[in-house]
Design a protein around this ligand. Structure first.
Ligand code: ZN
Length: 366
């Protein structure tokens, strides 16, 4: 729990970080939203200047309702309907993550939401990947190398999941690493999309599922038992299957589902700020992150939506560190957990762990 110098926000900003759960349409720069809206003639933004717009996103996201939180995406998605819009947002996403010393990121978005101006699903992916590659090249040239892999999301209330799964497999050797389903959980169980998951498994392809965020254990159980996901997007409600009588970790009692998740080393893509904002947990100090970490679940730290939550990987790690007293070795463990769980081939995961993460933290741990 201790390192020689406690992590500060500034020092965490320099530490190598890995991000598995970040939404492309949740991470735009406010200035970019304004400029792209002007370029494409979108006139429904709730504010006409950067400061007000930034505050509006934050306040809407703070409402405590997942449904209202999801409404903020109408505006970001609206300005990502053209080749230029997609490319710019993807490029800036990479640059912003690299500037925060994120060395590996999986960034997801739902191509089916970007067809309003006539692009095809394949064109949407093509332009987005072009933006990612541009961002990577610029970041490397600036001395901040980063690897960014794209995950394609299908919306759980819609009926295009099989198509998006096929799109994922079609692009998997060109920068797409996996598949996901997202959107309001209640009423839309993951088993509605079984054919998409079966297709992914039959194709030896990776996928994660948003589960156990607003909705509890049944959603997590379905995602694992019937859909067969590799990781859980959030999965925070697994806490409902854990009892800690008297508050002693040693006495923790895990139900069968929680035991399964821990035994199988199922990665939990935890997004602390987002979970508080959507009301999945009441406050950061009551977030089960720490209990899950102490119980040795494979916890990872994620941003979810950097714009809506006004956050970054460094801020998430710093707030966790401040709230739960984590030192550098803890932050290194969470980072390695994430890299071990990434949807890139094993040798690439090892390379980043051995050549970048471990040396980076060794300097900080001292
Ligand atoms: Zn998410």
């Amino acid at each position: 729990m201790t390192g020689p110098t406690p992590p500060t926000l500034a020092s965490i900003r320099r530490a190598p970080k890995v991000l598995l759960h970040d939404h492309l349409d949740g991470g735009l720069r406010p200035a970019t939203v304004l400029e792209l809206a002007a370029d494409c003639g979108y006139d429904e933004l709730p504010a006409d200047n950067e400061a007000d717009l930034e505050a509006w996103f934050r306040e809407s996201a703070d409402s405590g309702s997942l449904e209202r939180y999801l409404e903020t995406f109408a505006h970001t998605v609206a300005v990502m309907q053209t080749p230029e819009g997609l490319r710019r947002v993807a490029r800036e996403c990479v640059l912003d993550l690299a500037a925060d010393s994120v060395v590996y990121a999986e960034v997801r978005f739902a191509p089916e939401q970007h067809l309003e101006r006539g692009l095809s699903l394949d064109e949407v992916v093509e332009h987005t990947l072009a933006g990612f590659r541009e961002g990577e090249a610029e970041a490397a040239a600036a001395g901040q190398p980063i690897v960014v892999v794209c995950l394609l999301t299908a919306m759980r209330h819609a009926a295009r999941s099989r198509e998006i799964a096929e799109l994922t497999v079609r692009w998997r050797d060109r920068g797409v690493g996996g598949f996901d389903i997202a959107g309001a959980e209640a009423g839309y169980p993951p088993t509605r999309h079984l054919d998409a998951f079966e297709y992914m498994r039959a194709s030896n392809a990776h996928f994660t599922i948003h589960a156990g965020e607003a909705f509890g254990l049944p959603s997590i159980h379905e995602a694992l038992a019937y859909c067969g996901c590799d990781r859980l997007g959030h999965g925070v409600r697994i806490i409902d299957d854990i009892r800690v009588p008297g508050g002693e970790i040693a006495d923790a009692e895990l139900g069968r589902l929680a035991s399964y998740v821990r035994d199988k080393r199922i990665p939990l893509e935890l997004c602390p700020s987002s979970n508080v904002q959507t009301g999945a947990v009441p406050s950061l100090d009551k977030h089960p992150f720490d209990l899950l970490a102490r119980l040795r679940f494979r916890v990872t730290v994620n941003t979810d939506n950097r714009l809506m939550s006004d956050t970054s990987m460094s801020k998430e790690m710093f707030e966790l560190s401040r709230t739960f007293g984590y030192g550098w070795s803890d932050l290194e463990r969470f980072t390695i957990n994430a890299m071990k769980s990434a949807f890139v081939p094993f040798p690439e995961r090892l390379r980043i762990i051995d050549d970048i993460i471990k040396p980076g933290y060794a300097v900080l741990i001292g």
